[in-house]
Design a protein around this ligand. Structure first.
Ligand code: NI
Length: 135
């Protein structure tokens, strides 16, 4: 592990310390390491490196055509989908968590396609990393 010094304005450092307290970091170093990792992961998504992530969708399963559509689309993107988990939230609503690994454009395209289907109430894409290039 290497050490380096950082110069900061007093006000900025106070804001940073408040932020890391709110986020429960044990110290500044761990908070800074995490910020760096976040930027590295952002770069992976921008530069088209292989990435990993999760897509979530919330929908009403009583709309039968919707269920078929969601299944068809997932078959079309089978190359990047590594796992799908289906959770019955209540009598009407389902949550699906789709784990993906592959090219960022494909992952975004899948998330956009699923989100745009009529009847999908909410959809998110969590952009993460394969972990290969971050420490
Ligand atoms: Ni269900």
């Amino acid at each position: 592990m290497l050490r380096f010094g950082v110069s900061l304005e007093k006000e900025l450092l106070e804001k940073f310390d408040r932020l890391i307290r709110e986020k429960n970091y044990s110290n500044r170093s761990e908070a800074i390491r995490d910020l760096i990792r976040q930027e590295l992961v952002k770069k992976e998504w921008l530069e088209g490196k292989e990435v990993a992530g999760a897509i979530t969708v919330i929908y009403n399963h009583h709309r039968r055509q919707l269920v078929d559509k969601l299944t068809d689309i997932q078959h079309d993107f089978q190359k990047i989908i590594i796992s799908t988990q289906h959770i019955h939230l209540d009598h009407d609503n389902c949550l699906e968590i789709i784990a993906v690994k592959g090219m960022p454009e494909e992952a975004k395209k899948l998330a956009d396609t699923l989100r745009s289907i009529k009847g999908v109430k909410h959809g998110t894409l969590s952009m993460s990393s394969t972990g290969m290039d971050i420490e």
